[in-house]
Design a protein around this ligand. Structure first.
Ligand code: AMP
Ligand code: MG
Length: 401
């Protein structure tokens, strides 16, 4: 199969992926989820005219000329209304959040009232009619549409839904991403590797990326390079109804790279294998029943860079999120060599300099080196056949963090 471009690969990966069906979630678990319907208010806010200040509920006409003396006939506090009526010459002591009593039309703040003996006050300023009263429905009315379908539930959206009377919200389901690491040489972190073994690292970064975009993770651990072991893990992923099965390693051309064979024997329809990018050339993608299978290369940097480019958009699409990679324009701090036939994703540090971004590529770009990936905050994009570039030339960078 010929190498296909990154853009074409992404198009094939995303083809036909729709957001998952809605599920109901309690408000306290809804942070960061994606709303699966338009939501309207179940009540009016505030539900009654309410005082916005501490002071006195009065009739504005009574204090049109000041000083004016009023008798205080009772008190209204938040949660405890004054049940009587304010008549000319009268005031009710009122606190923020209290319902405005009948007959009152204005709040005189307490700083502008001087208490006198015998339950009276002296108003020392006049007040515009209606001042400091939040009338019923100032924020929203019952039935108003408050949030759109697809809204990510950020803190303000959650408080608004609570105020509007929703205890549960319809949200887009979370995609399940099953991760299978393959390799006879791998042991989990915390276990002393035997002779010829290394610590498996890829699952952790890949899982973290997928979670960041809202996925649940089923980590199926490490399986040896044996046909049956890999197929058992794939079947476990299918049995768990994984939306995406990510395999790590075993998709290259070596004798022990069995992943593609196993998946095809299980019935996977291969969409592509090998793409024109570096790192990550042996990326594989296909469909197996209702699951999508993303075969990431084993080299740690390749697996994470490919996860950024392909897994994140898949998870985002399934979760109902917009996904736009953060690609910016920058100035090269150092010259770069002419590029070959693959699109190159070059680990770099990008810093702000005056009104520009300055991108410095790392010298060594070995796809096994996690130190440079962790030190990089961006990848410089180099198109296939890009000519050599001098320091000072413009470049495109994909921000990683
Ligand atoms: P493979 O694609 O299986 O040929 O693996 C390519 C390289 O990546 C080999 O050096 C593997 O040891 C290494 N590798 C494969 N899987 C992992 C993993 N999960 N964590 C760290 N390194 C891995
Ligand atoms: Mg391997």
């Amino acid at each position: 199969m010929a190498l296909i471009s990154v853009d074409e690969a992404l198009e094939r990966v995303l083809a036909g992926i729709r957001r998952l069906p809605a599920e109901k979630t309690p408000l306290h678990e809804a942070a960061g989820r994606v709303l699966a319907a338009k939501l309207s208010a179940l009540r009016t806010q505030p539900p009654f005219d309410v005082s916005a200040m501490d002071g006195y509920a009065v009739q504005a006409a009574d204090i049109a000329t000041v000083p004016a003396i009023l008798s205080v006939i009772g008190e209204a506090a938040a949660g405890r209304r004054f049940s009587g009526r304010v008549r000319p010459g009268e005031a009710v002591r009122i606190f923020t959040g209290a319902p405005v009593p009948e007959g009152a039309d204005t709040i005189l703040i307490q700083e502008n009232a001087r208490p006198m003996e015998a339950g009276r006050i002296e108003a020392i300023t006049s007040v515009v009619l209606g001042r400091h009263i939040r009338s019923a429905g100032t924020d929203f009315h019952n039935g108003d549409i408050l949030l759109d379908d697809g809204r990510v539930l950020d803190p303000a959206a959650l408080s608004l839904m609570a105020a509007a009377g929703h205890s549960h919200l319809p949200v887009v389901g979370r995609p399940l991403v099953a991760i299978i690491a393959t390799g006879d040489e791998l042991v989990p972190p915390g276990i002393e590797p035997g002779a010829d073994q290394i610590v498996a690292s890829n699952s952790y970064g890949v899982a973290a990326l997928a979670k960041q975009d809202g996925a649940n993770i089923l980590d199926l651990g490490i399986v040896p390079d044996r046909h049956e072991s890999i197929s058992d893990a794939v079947r476990a992923a299918l049995a768990a109804s994984a939306d995406i099965i990510v395999t790590l390693g075993g998709v290259s051309v070596g004798d022990h790279d069995l992943v593609q064979d196993v998946l095809q024997a299980e019935g996977m329809e291969l969409a592509f294998w090998k793409i024109a990018m570096r790192p990550g050339k042996p990326l594989m993608f296909g469909k197996l029943n209702s699951a999508r299978v993303l075969g990431l290369p084993g080299n740690p940097v390749s697996s994470l860079v490919c996860a950024h480019l392909f897994l994140r958009p898949m998870v985002a699409r399934l979760s109902g999120r917009l996904y736009a990679p953060d690609i910016r324009s920058a100035t090269l701090a150092r010259p770069m060599k002419a590029n070959g036939e693959r699109r190159d994703y070059v680990r770099a540090t990008v810093v702000q300099q005056q009104n520009d971004l300055l991108a410095t590529p790392f010298d060594v770009q070995d796809s096994s080196m996690l130190t440079t990936l962790a030190a990089a905050n961006a990848l410089i994009l180099r198109e296939p056949q890009a000519p050599a570039a001098d320091a000072g030339a413009r470049c495109q960078v994909l921000m990683l963090r």
